[in-house]
Design a binder for this molecule. Sequence first.
Ligand code: HEC
Ligand code: HEC
Ligand code: HEC
Ligand code: HEC
Ligand code: HEC
Length: 481
Amino acid sequence: MSNETPKEAMINRRLLTITVVLAAIAAVAATGLLVNIFEHRQEAKNPFFKTVELSDKIDDPAKWGTNFPMQYGLYRRTKQEAATKFGGDEAELRAPTPEDPRPTVSRSNLVKDPRLKAMWAGYAFSADYRERRGHEWMLADQQYTGRQKFAKQPGTCLNCHASLYKAYLEQGEGDIAKGFERISKLPYAEAVKLVKHPVGCIDCHEPNTMQLRITRPAFIEGIRALKASQGVADFDVNKQANLQEMRTYVCAQCHVEYYFKGQDKRLTFPWSKGVAVENIVQFYDDEKFKDWVHGDTGAPMLKAQHPEFEMWSQGIHARSNVACADCHMPYRREGALKISDHHVRSPLLNINRACQQCHHWDEKEIKGRVEEIQTRFFNERNVTMDALMGLIRDINAAKKNGATDAELERARDYQRKASFYLDFAMSENSMGFHAPQESTRVLAEAINFCRLGQLSLRGTASPTAPMRKASLQSAPSGGNN
Ligand code: HEC
Ligand code: HEC
Ligand code: HEC
Ligand code: HEC
Ligand code: HEC
């Protein structure tokens, strides 16, 4: 070094600097590449671009959507309407008014089958009952249903029709159970001011890890009661359920039969004896619960609503560990990514991803099999509905002819049961698909109740003919068997 000229020394220094800089650039580039590859790997597993810091204080799905634009884009598609043979929905255009700003409504079930009005005489459902449609509509459809005019509805209704987790936390000062109790007691018109969005990301996901979570106290309590009936004590769903169970449970927070318990209108799932229809009727009988008194016959009635989880539990797919999300939110590829289809809808609009991941029959064959199951069920449902109309007609005639309450008691009890069984099979929204054999079995039981009710009016039913008690073995409850 000592013999180099100042010029040489300067050149050497420059070379050294250039080399160092180049090496640094190369290092940065290499690290960048690694980071990039790593990110891609991570992405494929769990796409996570944090541009917004999410927390339980943010319930706007659009904000969550800045981190997860693909899931958000699909989620917003639940606004679209498309009909299948028995499912999906067909929009009816309507002129928006200040009282009801909806541009469309789904088809009226009461128009499609006027017998429903006789079935639910005296109850809000006889005023307005429509096809379900996509999640985007849930809040508006509840706010503006004709059932709101028929009777004052409680804040409890919102549990399944809005993004509520943030409101529960705020109203309960950090305790969702307390918030749930407070909001449930409010009149609907007041409670609805606390919410803005239909079910959102925050209701199914933990904001930091995006893990699935249960946010509804009624389900936390309901599943604990169900597990207890199966011999599992103190079940804590958010700690003990596995991922495949959670892929069903997030849906079962809402797609279930329910009632409002007591003065506080506490939302309760009637599962402490099991989730088969026998277990549920037994539960209501023991509680001496009725939803309403039938407007014509005077029978103490029960109304069943969307028992998708309960009916699915009785089917081959539950036994085979296939979750709601497997069919209704199937995986789809977006470039290198595998994401869950957040456009929750009829799987028949999406057979390729929803069914062909497991069944290698062609699309037409799959559709044909489903529609055959559904058509059989639909025909049987109509026969059952006629049988129920016959029983209602005969009880009314006996009443007109001066039969006493004591003389009508048995027939009215059969009407309560027949109506609930039919409703249970029919208000389950898959038209028999979720558990084909169980659905038609329930209809057959309902027809039998109608027959026994009519015989009891003639005095020819054996007074000892047993009311059917729970005869089923405890049902699987979500693929843990
Ligand atoms: C094996 C696939 C499969 C599983 C698992 C499944 N479903 Fe379905 N579901 C269907 C099919 C098929 C239909 C009928 C769709 C039609 O008629 O267009 C349906 C219909 C429905 C509907 C009515 C949809 C509409 O557009 O008419 C709802 C709601 C629903 N399912 C909820 C659930 C819930 C909640 C669970 C889990 C407890 C579940 N499903 C599990 C396949 C499945
Ligand atoms: C346990 C959850 C839950 C509660 C509580 C609940 N709903 Fe729903 N509701 C649902 C589900 C799931 C659907 C979609 C399936 C269906 O329509 O059967 C639905 C559909 C509806 C619809 C659209 C279809 C129709 O029936 O016309 C209206 C309107 C509605 N609910 C009003 C109400 C009102 C009013 C209350 C309070 C009395 C209420 N809901 C309470 C879960 C719930
Ligand atoms: C917070 C309550 C809630 C949760 C959680 C929920 N749903 Fe729903 N779902 C509803 C309501 C309410 C409707 C009816 C909305 C209407 O008719 O306006 C509905 C409608 C649907 C429909 C009918 C869509 C159509 O286009 O006809 C399907 C299918 C469905 N839900 C499946 C699921 C599945 C699968 C999950 C779980 C991944 C789930 N839901 C979670 C409340 C819920
Ligand atoms: C009704 C419940 C529900 C709602 C609402 C919901 N998700 Fe999901 N999400 C799921 C389920 C189920 C999965 C599948 C989880 C699994 O199998 O690990 C999932 C998975 C994801 C994943 C993991 C990657 C993937 O796609 O499988 C991301 C990210 C995600 N959701 C983002 C969102 C965002 C953003 C929103 C709101 C715009 C949202 N989710 C709303 C139920 C929901
Ligand atoms: C995750 C895998 C999975 C998915 C997704 C799935 N199935 Fe299945 N399905 C099964 C299994 C397992 C059985 C039980 C019979 C067997 O082992 O082959 C079954 C059985 C059936 C049966 C026969 C039912 C019976 O009672 O014998 C029909 C029909 C069916 N599936 C239709 C569908 C349709 C339609 C879809 C899409 C909406 C679908 N499946 C989605 C796994 C799946």
